[in-house]
Design a binder for this molecule. Structure first.
Ligand code: LMR
Length: 345
């Protein structure tokens, strides 16, 4: 009996300790308010991401930090952890749900496990251009996608578009669908991207962003698809001789926070943090176009990569070759959503 009581006491103590440590990880909003000693301590937002600091996402996260700290007079501090320093692709989402970080901005594709409709960004050639993509994100369909995460303990706060994806590989110039036969490509996640490469006669493998360079270097995969700026800042041109300017899909981000953390912020601070995010979002959108263009010029002029730009006729051949992806995925993603994306302008 004594043993039973002891065990119960121990379990209660451990549960209490765990609850406290989780609250401690939670950025301190409630902790500060509840604990007299810690009342004046700033709330900390840990912002984790996987890309370099010099990318649109990396720069916008730093801008967000600067604006938050300025607008709240230091009552909220933002710690930015770039380059998968803290967590990789899969872990960062789990860490956010556990409130071990309070903000992340994953590529939209990586939210497929939460809502398959996020794969809209992977549907080949679905958006007409950059402007149409932004209209979609900022319109009712994009906003509905953001709120679709509400029941999962997460809150979608903003869309941070990066840009169009392009193919790179180490074997040969890719000018037509037939050139893909037998090659293997890295994907971010989700079935649409596997289906896309299958439709082109290629294989695919999901690899976390932080592990892509070695996978390209040691030949685990022959190629990958990404924005100009990610290709450049990850130095893929050292191991990828061929770049095809294809604009075949999108690589954009959703800024996410932990819902309990967000709801626990004192209202006045939450308003300032949101205002900082709105400004950082504007900044990110201007910067992404500029940085991608600069990266493209840099790679083109480096002499390291052979660049091929798809012509309109080439593009038609790719659209046709990728039709099976639509047949396979239009129900899962939603016909209406696809129509809205296609018609956005
Ligand atoms: C990728 O995995 O290729 C990208 O999603 C990385 C990023 O966050 O831009």
């Amino acid at each position: 009996m004594f043993q039973g009581v002891w065990r119960k006491t121990l379990v209660a103590a451990l549960t209490g300790a765990l609850a406290l440590s989780l609250a401690g990880c939670g950025g301190g909003a409630k902790q500060g308010a509840q604990n007299g000693e810690k009342k004046d301590e700033p709330v900390v937002i840990k912002f984790s991401h996987v890309v370099a600091e010099t990318t649109p996402k990396g720069q916008a996260a730093l801008k967000f930090k600067e604006l938050v700290e300025q607008k709240t007079g230091g009552k909220v501090k933002v710690e930015v952890y770039p380059s998968s320093q803290l967590y990789g692709d899969k872990e960062e989402l789990e860490a956010l749900v556990a409130n071990n970080v309070q903000m992340i901005a994953p590529s939209v594709t990586k939210l497929v496990g939460l809502n398959p409709s996020f794969q809209i960004v992977d549907m080949p050639f679905v958006f007409k251009n950059e402007e149409a993509t932004l209209k979609f994100y900022d319109g009712p369909a994009g906003q509905k996608l953001l709120t679709s995460l509400d029941g999962k303990g997460l809150l979608g706060l903003a869309w941070w578009p990066n840009g169009a994806k392009h193919f790179t590989n180490s074997k040969k110039p890719l000018k037509a669908p037939a050139d893909f036969a037998g090659l293997k490509f890295r994907t971010q996640s989700g079935g649409v991207l596997d289906a896309q490469f299958k439709a082109l006669g290629a294989g695919s493998q999901t690899i976390p962003f932080g592990e892509v360079y070695p996978a390209l270097q040691n030949g685990t995969v022959d190629g990958q698809e990404n924005t100009f700026n990610n290709i450049d800042t990850q130095k893929y041109s050292e191991v990828q001789k061929y770049l095809t300017v294809s604009n075949h899909g999108r690589l954009d981000y959703v800024v996410l926070t932990n819902k309990s953390f967000w709801d626990g912020l004192p209202e006045a601070l939450r308003t300032e943090v949101k205002a900082a995010l709105d400004e950082a979002t504007k900044y990110e959108r201007e910067l992404s176009t500029k940085l991608n263009q600069e990266s493209f010029e840099k790679m083109k002029n480096s002499g390291k990569v052979e660049v091929y730009q798809l012509t309109d006729t080439d593009r038609e051949a790719f659209v046709k070759a990728m039709e099976p992806v639509y047949k396979q995925y239009e129900e899962k993603i939603g016909k209406e959503l696809l129509e809205t994306a296609r018609n956005a302008q």
